[in-house]
Design a protein around this ligand. Structure first.
Ligand code: UDX
Length: 467
């Protein structure tokens, strides 16, 4: 009897995130969702991020491939973002191509959608490239529409009237203003980041498919606009909740790049229910010393309890770090708690937390939605401006204080969200949380889309072998 042929090797996927906390975090969660389906995964990670990961993903089908020699500086401005994209393109295009054409046989590349050079790396190999965009669908669609804004003359805009309506981002005509566009739209057409983000996003239709960390009940109408250009879209978010809903083990690994100060949970345990404002501006946003003090006076003068994440690099480096005024020290001692980095998902899930003052980075926004916590938005850059507009004007999950940073406004808005309109926002946030959870449970839209993605990758694997 002829010996049985060996079983075919499992589909092997390369996953490649842009090196920033929000991107690395989301694509590690995607990895953890794909591994149980029997896929093997090589995850490309920079040496800096590999050193910073506080937990290691251990699975027989998983391996890191560490990339040396990349820019390791801060990325808190568009220019630095562009430096990283250029550096990545030059160093990793040949590296990625060698991995694709080498062994093991690669079924598919899932690349961060802001790294369009993945298309060049796979050119002619027959290996499909799927773009994972870690931003919201509304941000992706605004990036995609930049060329339309230029062609229609809505970009660049002169003058200071940032409340002027924008009508050439289809599906957003009723509420979009100039100030809600991605921050680099304010810098004129010569802005390198504007040009890069627009041209890279316009490449999306050349990918075989798009994965988005969102769900249809949140952004369905915008996803439909994108589908006119990119027909095959997998909306599988919120990823962190999706991972929890499918995990057999209760605790999922935190992919944080920074050491979390868990003492804040003990402090929250000692606060009354729904009494604390959680404040965090993500892993990249920075504030000036003056802005820091305006927020600080606003929080103390609001008389609310607050838990504030003040990263060691939060205050832009050219600001003096002089002594904190005594009235702030007193007020913080009485009602506040400061940490350098928090276990954010646990904080948002805590019963003492009433609202979230956030920069609206997409991961933070989704985490607040899942936790049913209303938001106060203070966007810093990139996709955050449009996310914050959707929070207030479309999803009704809180208030947007973009472009303002003074203690009086902070007191007013905190009071409106945590007192005057507390019930309204809490109800709205609870409704959206229910829809989010429904989408990631069996039979939900995100659950079904992930199953479809896994089946499609397995089909790609067979097709690759037949080549
Ligand atoms: C970046 C961009 O800034 C953001 O606009 C884009 O949407 C994603 O990439 P980042 O600024 O880090 O992300 O914000 P966000 O997307 O909110 O990701 C921050 C992550 O860090 C979240 O998952 C959050 O849970 C985590 N975090 C934040 C902590 O674990 N502890 C903290 O103290 C603060």
């Amino acid at each position: 009897m002829a010996p049985k042929p060996p079983p075919p090797p499992p589909p092997h996927v390369i996953i490649f995130p842009f090196p920033a906390q929000g991107h690395v975090n989301a694509m590690l969660k995607l990895t953890e969702l794909l591994l149980p389906a029997g896929l093997h995964i090589t995850y490309l990670i920079t040496a800096k991020d590999h050193r910073s990961l506080t937990t290691r993903l251990n699975h027989p089908g998983f391996q890191f491939h560490v990339i040396q020699g990349l820019y390791e500086g801060p990325m808190d401005t568009g220019d630095k973002l562009s430096v990283m994209i250029d550096c990545l393109t030059e160093i990793t295009t040949p590296l990625l191509r060698n991995l694709i054409i080498g062994n093991p046989v690669i079924s598919c590349v899932i690349a961060d959608g802001i790294m369009d050079f993945a298309l060049a790396a796979a050119e002619g190999t027959g290996v499909p490239v799927v773009f994972f965009r870690t931003v919201s669908a509304c941000a992706f669609w605004a990036y995609f529409s930049i060329q339309d804004l230029i062609n229609s003359g809505e970009l660049p805009f002169e003058g200071t009237n940032l409340d002027e309506r924008i009508v050439n981002v289809k599906g957003m005509e009723g509420f979009l203003r100039r100030r809600d566009l991605p921050s680099f739209c304010r810098s004129g057409l010569s802005n390198r980041t504007l040009q890069q983000v627009s041209s890279i996003t316009r490449r999306a239709p050349d990918a075989d498919a798009i994965i988005l960390n969102t769900f249809d009940d949140l952004e369905g109408p915008i996803v439909s606009q994108i589908q006119k250009h990119c027909p095959n879209i997998y909306t599988i978010g919120p990823l962190h909740a999706h991972l929890k809903s499918r995990s057999t083990s209760k605790s999922t690994s935190s992919n944080s790049l920074f050491e979390e100060d868990k003492t804040c949970i003990g402090w929250l345990d000692r606060q009354p229910p729904k009494s604390v404002l959680y404040v965090s501006f993500g892993s990249i946003a920075t504030v000036t010393r003056d802005q820091l003090l305006e927020f600080w006076y606003g929080l103390v003068n609001s008389k609310k309890r607050f838990l504030w994440v003040i990263r060691e690099d939060l205050v832009s480096s050219n600001d003096d770090k002089s002594k904190v005024p005594s009235e702030l020290e007193e007020g913080t001692k009485e009602r506040g708690y400061l940490v350098g980095w928090a276990p954010q998902e646990d904080v948002l899930a805590h019963p003492a937390v009433c609202a979230f003052l956030t920069h609206n980075g997409w991961n933070s926004t989704l985490e607040s939605i899942i936790a049913g916590v209303p938001m106060i938005s203070w966007p810093f850059f990139a996709d955050q401006q449009i996310n914050s507009r959707f929070v207030e004007a479309v999803w009704k999950l809180g208030l947007d204080m973009k472009d303002t940073c003074n203690r009086t406004t902070v007191v007013r808005i905190v009071n409106e969200v945590m007192e005057v309109r507390k019930d309204e926002f809490t109800e709205s946030a609870n409704q959206m949380a229910k829809l989010a959870m429904k989408s990631v449970r069996e039979g939900g839209s995100s659950y079904c889309n992930l199953d479809r993605l896994i089946e499609d990758i397995k089909t790609m694997s067979i097709q690759c072998k037949d080549k």
